[in-house]
Design a binder for this molecule. Structure first.
Ligand code: ZN
Ligand code: MN
Length: 484
């Protein structure tokens, strides 16, 4: 029997607006509890919501980037449910008329293109936060209540946890490129709920859909989907009863566990929100947003491969973050040596950032903006190496010194005496010294042991603190040793 995995994803992303979705309260993260609230976001009687234009534009932008249609007319709906983090007892969301729908994303999964249909990207408001205190009391903070939230829903097109992982990484990247969301999962700015079940294509049988909640990193989504697919496969084999339910990911034990049986859409009693007029984004607006779309990660990756003749790996790493991509381009333009620029940015520059970052996986805001050296400095290092003035090993040392005190690489090489010794007279003197100090190696080399040369090269490099030109040393040593 062949059971095919069917995984769909619902992603909620907080939009990067200054104010909330339907009022002018600040939508900043944190703050003194309940200090960023007003009658609208607290749902007090008589208050009326006013939609946030910027949030609408962000969803249009995202929808276009995900190849969706933007509705000519759509509505907000009330999703009714009682929970203390939502003081109105309903969430303003969108139901049968989403702002955008019918898109797709083509993913690159291990060199294969995987086509994932995007059902819709719609607009809604976030809830507040229940906080359960150690003494048993529960309190609620409404600062987050009413923050604009975008919901992006895919069709159940994923067949592996790896595809899910690639999708989330790509989506997060797209949201950041569009500057519509910081999409930091650790901060709850991006939340993800997979639905998982299995279908038997021969018999048409399917396992009940399970929705997984409580996932706060891409890694936990990956692990939870893998676990759930295995759990359902096992249940089929053992004939265990399965339910349509919501399960929670238990990070510590690496398992999903039952939370509650699933509500159906009817339980929410959706109906159009009578406080809000229908939304009809003009075609001029939509076309303007389309024109303003930035170059997206996939396009930029391809351009880097064509324009700079970079391998796929380089192009992928360099385009992961927009600011890194821009930094690389600046270095490449000044240096005129794209491959060396790529090596430097992927190597020393990103390593420098990573060491100082120390943050969680994929966290933004610790990008290249905090990197001390302007692109011209890295380009100068590349020039110094290409001119043969310093070796690439010394260049790394110069890089570190430059990060330390911001002197230009050329200044450092001159002031700290790091220039490669290319003067033949001086090198000859050192070579003679090396020969005199390593009689055993000289004998071995003359006896045909090529490797013995290494001992003398090592000696010279130590004596010159790595400043001797390796090629010249090699040539000099050989001619000296074969002459006599
Ligand atoms: Zn408010
Ligand atoms: Mn939602």
């Amino acid at each position: 029997m062949s059971w095919r995995p069917c995984v769909g994803l619902e992603v909620h992303a907080q939009l990067r607006t200054d104010s909330k979705m339907f009022c002018s309260c600040s939508s900043d993260f944190g703050g003194e509890p309940n200090s960023r609230c007003c009658p609208v976001c607290l749902g007090l009687p008589g208050s009326l919501p006013m939609p946030n234009r910027q949030a609408i534009e962000y969803v249009i932008k995202t929808g276009l980037a995900l190849n969706c249609q933007v509705a000519e007319r759509c509505r907000f709906a009330r999703k009714n449910y009682f929970y203390p983090d939502l003081p109105k007892n309903y969430q303003i969301s969108q139901y049968d008329e989403p702002l955008t729908h019918g898109g797709y994303m083509d993913l690159d999964v291990d060199g294969t293109t995987v086509h994932i249909r995007v059902r819709r990207a719609h607009l809604e408001e976030d809830t507040g936060k229940n906080i359960h205190l150690p003494d048993g009391r529960s309190v609620v903070d409404y600062n987050r209540c009413g923050v604009p939230l975008m919901e992006v829903v895919t069709e159940p097109d994923f067949t592996t946890a790896e595809e899910v992982r690639v999708y989330l990484t790509t989506l997060r990247q797209v949201l950041r490129y569009l500057a519509v969301s910081d999409a930091d999962m650790e901060k709850g700015q991006m939340r993800c709920e997979p639905t998982v079940n299995l279908i038997n294509d021969e018999t048409g049988q399917r396992t009940p859909k399970v929705e997984i909640k409580n996932l706060n990193s891409i890694r936990s989504v990956f692990e939870a989907v893998e676990f759930e697919l295995d759990r359902q496969r096992d249940a089929i084999e053992t004939g265990e009863q399965m339910w349509q339910e919501t399960r929670r990911w238990d990070e510590n034990h690496g398992v999903t566990a039952t939370m509650r049986r699933k509500e159906t859409a009817d339980d929410y009693m959706y109906f159009p929100d009578p406080d809000l007029v229908p939304l009809a984004p003009s075609r001029e607006w939509v076309e303007r947003v389309r024109k303003e779309l930035p170059e997206l990660p996939a396009e930029r990756r391809h351009r880097f491969m064509e324009e700079y003749a970079l391998p796929l790996y380089d192009a992928t790493v360099l385009t992961e973050e927009q600011t890194v991509a821009e930094y690389f381009e600046a270095v490449a333009h000044v240096s005129g040596d794209p491959k060396a620029s790529s090596n430097w940015v992927m190597g020393e520059v990103l390593r420098h950032l990573k060491e100082r970052r120390g943050g969680p996986e994929g966290s933004p805001g610790v990008g290249i903006a905090d990197f001390p050296l302007p692109p011209g400095y890295v380009a100068e290092l590349i020039a110094l190496v290409n001119e043969g003035l310093i070796s690439s090993t010394i260049a790394k040392d110069v890089f570190a010194r430059s990060c330390e005190d911001r002197r230009t690489p050329r200044e450092i090489v001159e002031q700290d005496g790091l220039a490669q010794i290319s003067d033949t007279g001086e090198l000859e003197r050192i070579v003679d010294e090396a020969i005199a100090a390593n009689p055993k190696a000289v004998e071995d080399f003359r006896g045909g042991a090529e490797k013995a040369l290494g001992a003398m090269v090592g000696y010279i490099m130590r004596a010159t603190q790595g400043k001797a030109n390796p090629q010249k040393i090699n040539d000099l040593l050989r001619s000296r040793l074969t002459q006599e």
